[in-house]
Ligand binder design. Structure first.
Ligand SMILES: NC(=O)c1ccc[n+]([C@@H]2O[C@H](COP(=O)([O-])OP(=O)(O)OC[C@H]3O[C@@H](n4cnc5c(N)ncnc54)[C@H](OP(=O)(O)O)[C@@H]3O)[C@@H](O)[C@H]2O)c1
Length: 427
């Protein structure tokens, strides 16, 4: 049998604690063909009750002390895009140690540089846990969906947002009400901005785009919109039109570059992404001539995320190192962004207007002047002189055309709030 793979864990929280417990299963070493042995651990508070015995492991409060240990692999499960997590990951690679991490924020910012460093040192940089928890999407894009390339990736990548949208639909309650409940249940952070503002989905999406297209992870050329503006009314209208609203991360190859976006979208009922509910995640990948592949599963939580970390560790134990982003670091290309305004889609538009004569004609005229044509329309109720909602579905049109029309319409004295536009996603 080969010598043991010595593992040092930086972080013993939700995921790190799960990894300690999972590695106690001797079957994993059997499968790996060598013993998976925890050599040292680090966290902030040694006295915390973690539900397992840490006395048998070498301990340090300073995670960078692990770099001097005998470990072959450092598992970084602290989090944060810089600071101690970066010191640990970068220091480990420089010291010629393999790295496993679940840290999407760090990889989205420093991933290409770290992958190049890992390659230079002949060690692995593995991060299955960083995107979509327990779903093996990193491995699929890095190793499996390669013969015909990948044309697009559509993902529901944030369980908090998906939970909130599912609950808003089920109960008719507002975004803020459901967010409060999600916080009480532990499904949303005390500071929820990174999740509900779309930033967490963006981190994960740029990593998937990098794997799919062989580009340097790029957080500059991505448009990001979260779910804070979605109302129960939008969700209800979506249902009437046969759609559900989901926060999607979309990365696709176009004739004029890569389009990366995070935004709420109308997804047609009956298609796979429409039926991913609560805290579940999913990814739909279109792999050229090989067709479409749909992955669904738990996107966070101790066991799903531990599963991904353990899978990376067993890969390393077996000698399956691979390139950090599935392409040699030197061949990762700068991302050529497409023009976001050129993206074509049908749109759901909602206007809150005063119920006065001529208002509909005025909206229709502005849309028509921007070459936006209307497929269908609903006006809810009648209350002369009071605000009412008018909803329109457009034919396929460019984002720039719709934005141009809405800018003019928003300036009308009959329009009471910023118009809402949501693309109808034909995933
Ligand atoms: N939780 C999930 O479902 C999930 C899913 C996918 C990816 N991830 C990623 O996995 C990583 C870990 O997440 P988590 O949920 O396990 O986090 P967590 O529960 O907050 O645990 C963080 C751990 O890091 C330790 N720590 C914090 N600052 C430290 C420092 N300066 N030096 C040494 N240790 C330090 C903490 O020590 P103490 O325990 O002593 O406080 C704790 O053990 C993050 O990058 C996260 O994005 C998490």
């Amino acid at each position: 049998m080969k010598p043991p793979l010595r593992i040092a864990l930086a972080g013993l929280g939700t995921v790190g604690g799960g990894v300690v417990q999972a590695l106690a299963n001797p079957e994993l070493s059997e499968r790996a063909g060598r013993k998976l042995e925890i050599a040292a651990v680090s966290a902030r508070d040694r006295s915390r009750d973690r539900g397992f015995d840490i006395s048998k492991f070498a301990w340090s409060d300073d995670a960078t002390a692990l770099l001097k240990s005998e470990a072959d692999v450092i598992v970084e499960l602290i989090g944060g895009e810089d600071g101690i997590a970066l010191d640990v990951v970068e220091g480990a690679l420089k010291a010629g140690k393999h790295v496993v991490t679940g840290n999407k924020a760090l990889l989205a910012k420093h991933g290409a540089r770290l992958a190049a460093l890992a390659e230079e040192k002949g060690v692995a940089l593995k991060w299955e846990a960083a995107v979509a928890g327990g779903i093996p999407i990193v491995k699929a894009l890095r190793e499996s969906l390669i013969a015909y390339g990948v044309d697009s990736v559509h993902g529901i990548l944030n369980g908090t947002c998906n939970y909130i949208l599912t609950q808003m639909e089920a109960t008719g309650r507002s975004f803020h009400d459901v967010l409060k409940e999600a916080q009480a249940l532990g499904y949303a952070e005390a500071d929820p901005e990174l999740d509900v503002g779309g930033g967490d989905t963006a981190h994960k999406l740029v990593l998937l785009a990098s794997l799919a297209f062989g580009t340097v992870p790029n957080q500059t050329h991505i448009s990001v919109e979260g779910i804070k503006e979605i109302t129960p009314e939008d969700i209800q209208f979506a249902r009437e039109f046969g759609y559900r609203i989901k926060l999607l991360g979309i990365a696709r190859r176009t004739a004029k570059g890569i389009d990366q976006r995070v935004r709420p979208a109308m997804v047609k009922t009956g298609t796979p992404l429409a039926h991913v509910d609560t805290v579940f995640n999913a990814v739909l990948a279109k792999a050229g001539a090989a067709g479409r592949y749909f992955f669904e599963g738990r996107g966070a939580g101790r066991e799903p995320t531990t599963q991904s970390v353990v899978s990376d560790l067993v890969d390393i134990a077996r000698g399956n190192l691979g390139a950090g982003f599935g392409w040699p670091a030197a061949s990762l290309k700068p991302l050529q962004p497409s023009d976001p305004g050129a993206a074509m889609s049908a749109y759901y538009l909602r206007f809150e207007v005063l119920d006065v004569p001529g208002v509909l004609a005025e909206i229709a005229r502005h849309l028509s002047e921007s070459q936006v044509s209307i497929e269908s329309m609903i006006q809810r109720g009648r209350s002369p002189g009071e605000p009412v909602s008018i909803v329109m579905i457009t034919h396929e049109t460019s984002q720039a055309s719709v934005e141009r029309a809405l800018k003019v319409i928003a300036g009308s004295d009959k329009v009471r709030a910023r118009p809402c536009m949501i693309p109808m996603e034909a995933a």
